[in-house]
Design a protein around this ligand. Structure first.
Ligand code: SAM
Length: 201
């Protein structure tokens, strides 16, 4: 039987932190938190959060008065996250990125770190992102690899990840601008992919 994306990531949950190690220093994560504009007291969605590699950096930025919604389709990844970050202001939500059911009110920023290529219905995700972001809020898609490196890596993985891809800039621009999100920063070089957009006022 072929696995769904949820089954695929659930099957990795127990060993995710061993097989998916990031060698980058903390400053590289902090740079992304800054790029997303996550500040004291803000409300952030970590979309496709997995076991929570980004959570400590977000917690540092938003402090005790901020809120972090940790959203993932794979409940076993979230179970790991919950066992590591049992904080009142970290709210784990098992949901499709296109639904984000349970994320309350308007949010200041949404970060997809190493997750966007895995979303089956990217148009639905961007539609939802645009709906829950406040005006001027930021949407960041980031990887510690270039687009070409990510797509090549995924093409060598098992189904369904072999079909998961990061669209080119033209496709992303059409998806984002069609929903009122303007691209304000783009980098795809030197082992980094960063696409930052902001919801028009
Ligand atoms: C490559 S992992 C990255 C996890 C984490 N951000 C990290 O860097 O360790 C991608 C994550 O996206 C989640 N995911 C995939 N498709 C999803 C969807 N449609 N909605 C929500 N989460 C999804 C997976 O379950 C997985 O935890």
């Amino acid at each position: 039987m072929m696995k769904t994306t949820r089954e695929y990531f659930n099957s990795y949950a127990d060993r995710w932190d061993e097989v998916n190690r990031y060698d980058e220093p903390p400053e590289e994560f902090r740079k992304l938190v800054d790029l997303a504009g996550a500040g004291l007291g803000s409300c952030i969605v970590d979309l496709g959060c997995g076991t929570g590699v980004f959570i400590p950096f977000l917690l540092d930025a938003v402090g005790g008065t901020g809120t972090i919604y940790a959203v993932d389709i794979a409940e076993k990844m979230l179970a790991r996250l919950k066992s590591r970050y049992d904080f009142k202001n970290v709210i784990p939500i098992a949901a499709q990125a296109g639904d984000m059911e349970g994320v309350g009110g308007k949010v200041d920023a949404i970060i997809c770190f190493s997750s966007f290529p895995h979303f089956d219905d990217k148009a639905a995700v961007i539609k939802k992102v645009a709906r829950i972001l406040r005006s001027g809020g930021r949407f960041l898609i980031a990887h510690f690899s270039t687009r070409e490196e990510i797509n090549e890596f995924h093409s060598r993985q098992d189904y369904p990840v072999c079909n998961h891809y990061l669209p080119d800039l033209g496709e992303m621009k059409a998806l984002l601008e069609g929903r009122g999100l303007s691209i304000i920063h783009y980098r795809n070089k030197d082992g980094r992919y960063e696409l930052l957009s902001s919801k028009r006022e």
